[in-house]
Ligand binder design. Structure first.
Ligand code: ACO
Length: 332
């Protein structure tokens, strides 16, 4: 039994915030942000827009491209750290898409979430009885950004992307190799912790406060330099391991598609893998770091622009909070 990607879709909020807009609220500039990150604009939820709506739009587009009816979907995986409902968003989304026969649940692995979702989809398909899995990567980190912190607020945007993974024969298999890893020792470098945990940790005279305060999540905290070093070190290694599992050399990669966090991270990984820049997919200039959405969003744009064609081999890699990271070698 194999599994392959047969459709993709994406959706972004209407409000676009440029680097110049940000320079009016924090001490920064278009030149600094563009030079250090490659980002020029990001989309941010506003008004009545919700992440759920973006996810539904992306999922419907993926089904339309794959020409699969919503009621033929068996499983919906919502990869997100920022669901509209703390208890999970997959159930509501699958109902709104019309997946009347599907079960769904959320996967939280920050910016690696979409890769973890792809692996989970293939494992369910290989287990048997599952034909069609919608994998949605969606995040709205703008809600957890401290918009007075120039070190982080310049980086993030909101979006949703989706793919349909379908069961197929082993010789048509399009998900060729995977590698996924975690290291909680690096959590201190990138996190957004519950304020409840903070109040428990800040106990008075050794006695935790009780009843605990109503929990909210505080702001994203990041040591950018450490995260940068981690990504540049771990992403190429992870892609090499996934290539090894796929039994393919790096020269077989048609497209390098990394989580869109920073152009300098993407360039460094491409250089270590000896992949030329014309084989690198990048759209972070327009959207910033959209966390679990960034890989399916960039894939969708590249497919619809006619860049990625049937049979192309894509090395995709996600990395971020946890710390978590993972790679997948895909055939489109
Ligand atoms: N505008 C102007 N100056 C700034 C800004 C800004 N927006 N931000 C920081 N600076 C200043 C700093 O204050 C510092 O000034 P100083 O030298 O006077 O102290 C100087 O610029 C250098 O700051 P650094 O933080 O050392 O800058 P760096 O080159 O490391 O770039 C950046 C920062 C862009 C955040 C980089 O470290 C990075 O991209 N790291 C990876 C981050 C990442 O990918 N995170 C997301 C992971 S995905 C997930 O899981 C959510």
């Amino acid at each position: 039994m194999g599994s392959k990607l047969t459709g993709c879709g994406s959706a972004t909020p209407s409000l676009s915030i440029s680097n110049d807009d940000l320079s009016k609220i924090v001490d920064t500039s278009d030149e600094w942000i563009a030079a250090r990150t490659g980002i020029r604009n990001r989309r941010v939820l506003s008004g009545n827009e919700t992440l759920r709506e973006l996810s539904v739009q992306a999922a419907k587009k993926a089904l339309e491209m794959a020409q699969v009816n919503a009621d033929d979907v068996d499983l919906v995986l919502l990869c997100t750290s920022t669901p509209d409902d703390l208890f999970g968003g997959a159930a509501q989304i699958l109902s709104e898409v019309g997946c009347t026969n599907a079960f769904g649940f959320d996967i939280t692995a920050a910016c690696s979430g979409f890769i973890v979702g792809l692996i989970t989809a293939t494992r369910f398909i290989k287990g048997g009885g599952i034909q069609n899995v919608l994998v949605i990567g969606a995040d709205a980190l703008s809600q957890f950004v401290d918009w007075t912190d120039r070190g982080t607020c310049i980086l993030f945007g909101d979006a949703a992307g989706a793919v349909l993974v379908q069961a197929c024969s082993a010789d048509e298999d399009g998900l060729l190799g995977f590698c996924v890893q975690s290291d909680g020792n690096g959590q201190k470098h990138l996190n957004c912790v519950s304020s409840n945990i903070e109040s428990i940790l800040s106990k008075t005279n050794g006695v935790p406060s009780f009843p605990p305060k109503k929990a909210t999540f505080s702001r994203i905290e990041m040591n950018g330099k450490e995260v940068f070093r981690f990504a540049v070190r771990c992403v190429p290694q992870s892609i090499e391991k996934a290539l090894e599992e796929a039994g393919l050399p790096a020269s077989s990669i048609d497209w390098l598609l990394l989580h869109q966090a920073n152009q300098r991270i993407i360039d460094a990984a491409a250089s270590r893998l000896d992949i030329p820049s014309d084989k690198v997919i990048s759209n972070l200039a327009n959207y910033g770091n959209t966390s679990a959405a960034s890989i399916p969003l960039a894939l969708d744009e590249a497919v619809r622009a006619g860049k990625v064609k049937a049979g192309d081999v894509i090395a995709a890699s996600g990395f971020g909070a946890g710390l978590t990271w993972g790679s997948a070698i895909l055939k489109w």
